[in-house]
Design a protein around this ligand. Sequence first.
Ligand SMILES: [Zn+2]
Length: 419
Amino acid sequence: MTTAPEAISRLAELIRENQPCVVLTGAGVSTESGIPDFRSPSGIWAQFDPREYATLGAFRREPEKVWRFYAPRFAMLTEAEPNAAHVALAELERRGLVRAIVTQNIDELHQRAGSSDVIEVHGSIRTSSCPGCGSVYPLAEVVPLIEAHGAPPCPACGEILKPDVVFFDELLPEDAIMRAVALAENPALLLVVGSSLEVYPVADMPRSTIAAGGKVAVVNRDPTWADGRAELVVRESAGEVLAAVVAALEPPVEVVDYDPEWPRRYEAEVARVRTALGEVIAAEHIGSTAVPGLAAKPVIDISVGLARAEVSPGQVAAMEELGYEYLGENGLPGRLFFRKDVNGRRAYHVHAVEHEGDRWHRHRALRDYLLAHPEEAAAYAAEKRRVGAETAGMSNYWEQKQPYVDALFPRAWRWYGRG
Ligand SMILES: [Zn+2]
């Protein structure tokens, strides 16, 4: 067993170097969202006999009784919010570091946090089905039926709906289990989070992974059978551990030599942006990629001059068609900001400003000053390389570089004739 912070850097390294990584989550991931672990010694199944409330037999005999038990729990599950652990796992998937999540939870919190490949081996509250006519209803339609009737009747035929969670005497959903079994044999790393590995068959996933030559890491407050065979065991809060791991895995900031391709990429992209936005009075290549000799993150900055710094929903939609995300002023009044990633990396920034307005000239001032002063450009490039090498993550990069830019800009503004 290891504790933070060595555990954090070790887990980050395991994830980075053992791809693909598949995650298995259990109740421990959702307890930090206020959802109790039904199976813990103080949990619901210690107070209520699951044979009376969570079996198909009980549901067939007395569906009203089963729903009296489930209704308040449905309300709790729908009101819960994803916590830091769900958010961190979604971010790791977004960065290509998590392939899929196999979960024993029924609360949908992984999907609500943004994870897209989630295999729910115990079903979920997302839908309820009619045992009579087979109709399937989404949660949003079932909740009002529960509120009105207690046990929700099928709007089509009147039979009482069954939640699509797996009851104790039910077979697990075959597709999900087959997918989970296949995933267990596949990963270089199986990361177990918040599961005590007591419920089969997913409790066997670590065995399959190890047998196939993969590694296992466990983040769980309580011991599990797999601890002795895991590369790493962390018995701490899943949210805190995973959030720290995400921070440790921030990609380093890439500062590269000037690339003569950059102006051509600008020309090609600005033509598309002009078409999307229409009404463009003028556009300029700004930022470091516009200055030959200046090292930079390979992000092309495009300054777009409009009659006013305003965009219509139609213009935003046309930019989204090009792959841009619209971020509004994003902390800089007078500028409307669009960002496009290519292959998961920031590639283009579009700054829409008032043509010939203050923001328009500020962009040009810095670029033209650096073009006219190669020694300043060289010094700025050196500063960028120093900050890029010393910091992990884009937010740190901006913060560290800003004092240098704040000192440089007044010189540029004076030289430009506006300061
Ligand atoms: Zn029906």
